[in-house]
Design a protein around this ligand. Sequence first.
Ligand SMILES: [Zn+2]
Length: 319
Amino acid sequence: MTGSPDTTGRDALAYAASRLVRHSAEFGPPPSLAGAGPEARLVLMAGEAVILRADPHLTGTALLTPDEAERAGERAVEIFLGRVEERPVFAGAVTEEAASLFPAPGYRALDLRALVGEGAVAREEQGLIATAKSLLAWHARHRFCGNCGSPTVVAAGGFRRECGGCGLHHFPRTDPVAIMLVRRGDACLLGRGPHFKPGMYSCLAGFIEPGETVEDAVRRETREETGVAVGAVAYHASQPWPFPASLMIGCVAEGLTETVRTDPDELEDARWFSRAEVARMIAGAHPEGLTVPPPTAIAHLLLHDWVEGVIAAAPRPQA
Ligand SMILES: [Zn+2]
């Protein structure tokens, strides 16, 4: 099991906590890193990895000083994220190879899954790093206007790009994903994808489509993946998922039917699990070695809160 062993529930969710006061166009023109002075900090992404200052006696940090940032040379893009405790915080992208300019033991380069798995930075910094990664990934893929094909330029500190040809403004995107605990009586519906580690089952999930409500996405995905019909849907919690820029919207849904017909293109298996069985999976004590995702994932929170009764009891299903 990954994640800090002393945290559970919402306090364990990866990327969900952040002390960043985000920049907004309403705050006026953003500062530049060059003009922000020694108090400024920079989150540096080298490809998919974030550069951390590592100290064997302290939790690592991705907030590099301007002097440290200079080492990496020119950034492909540099944006102003906002402020952390009044310090201006920037984010920049460099090549994957530039990570070698930050050698061990003083520095490490970790992708965001390893960062969370190892607890390499304070939890409050995970949200900031996720923001940097998602925004930088968007900039890297939106250098040209989707309307007229002209080059676009960074504006509003990086919270917008503007087209030099047609003048259109482009805004960073977040891709909503519905993830749902489908329950019926004292059981819940879990599935496993072909890429899951052996024995792991999780909540069903899928991207929300244009023009679709969250509730309808929950019903459609559940029916497509398992054939189970879903009635009422309620929101429970959310989690940013920076691969590259998703927002997981955690819901509780009432299953109306029981027969499971798995779509083999989407899932390797799906079935109903009793509350007692899920409790054993969470505890790592299932007799067949079945498991659920770690506490850092919202699927774990949904299952944990259902087993613990945080999620209100379901209405009795109709026979
Ligand atoms: Zn354009």
